[in-house]
Design a protein around this ligand. Structure first.
Ligand code: HPA
Length: 279
């Protein structure tokens, strides 16, 4: 069923209005950090956080993935006010991509203009090792139902948005220089969206490699599309939690993904903090 513009806009505004009631005037952040696997410990570094359970926010879905907490934090990091999404929504959980990314518009209505997206991903490009990080320079969204499908919400952006620079070039250089300065193993590459929840087959990974993918994962793209539609500046970092199917002989498992994401977390947190400090 096609939702009307007013229904969708009202849902976004209702969620934003509720969150606003929980924050003091003048304390609303302009930055949102999405804590994918590996970045979860950053939540503990958020100073004086207000914590709102997703279940309490009108219209928010509930995150069903183990390891994804399901709460919104509002606090201070590196002296800057930030929202932290601790837990996100995936289409493999059964949600439409528009529902997975609804929170991005809620953030926009609240005044957020920079989003820092993180995720766990399977490494495809040559030279990657588990627990490396990859700065996302672009994405392949062919396998992602567009979250912009349906009536266009003109107050957020235009019907046919340009996608030439989804990931902010200046943010990419900031991340690169932090990596160099801190000796963090950082790659740059294209993130390919995969619907999941099953991991890819080796043939699918071969095809993605030919298409130019550096890593593959099941999130981020719907959110990046919605964020770019409303003109937010986007940075995204993937934690290479495993080598993608067929790149190594090893069978893939969620446990390996979580273990390697945890191993990379000190580098992921350092990179995120220095980035927030730099912008
Ligand atoms: N494929 C898709 N999603 C993932 C992977 C992968 O290999 N690793 C972590 N998320």
């Amino acid at each position: 069923m096609i939702k009307s513009v007013s229904e969708t806009t009202a849902a976004v505004k209702e969620a934003a209005a509720y969150i606003k009631t929980r924050i003091e005037d003048g304390q609303i952040p302009k930055i949102c950090i999405v804590l994918g696997s590996g970045l979860a410990p950053l939540a503990d570094e958020c100073i004086d956080p207000i914590s709102i359970s997703y279940a309490d926010i009108p219209g928010f879905p509930v995150s069903t993935v183990p390891g994804h907490a399901g709460k919104l934090l509002i606090g201070t990091l590196e002296g800057k006010r930030v929202f932290m999404m601790s837990g996100r929504f995936h289409s493999y959980e059964g949600y439409d991509t528009s529902l997975c990314s609804l929170y991005v518009r809620v953030m926009y209505v609240l005044g957020v203009r920079t989003i820092y997206l993180t995720n766990a991903a399977g490494g495809i490009a040559d030279g990657m090792e588990p627990s490396d990080l990859m700065i996302v320079t672009d994405h392949l969204s062919f396998f992602c139902d567009s979250p912009l499908r349906g009536p266009n919400l003109d107050e957020f952006g235009e019907r046919f948005p340009d996608q030439s620079h989804v990931y902010d070039p200046e943010y990419i250089s900031i991340l690169e220089s932090i990596g160099k300065q801190e000796g963090i193993r950082l790659h740059k590459g294209v993130y390919a969206y995969s619907k999941g929840p099953q991991y890819e087959t080796p043939s699918e990974i071969k095809a993605l490699k030919i298409l130019g993918a550096g890593a593959v994962g099941m999130s981020t793209v719907p959110e990046a599309i919605i964020a770019s539609h409303c003109g937010m500046r986007i940075a995204a970092v993937s934690c290479i939690s495993n080598l993608a199917a067929g790149i190594s002989d090893k069978a893939l498992s969620h446990k390996e993904v979580m273990d390697n994401a945890a191993k990379s977390s000190s580098d992921s947190c350092k990179l995120a903090k220095l980035f927030i400090k730099a912008i």
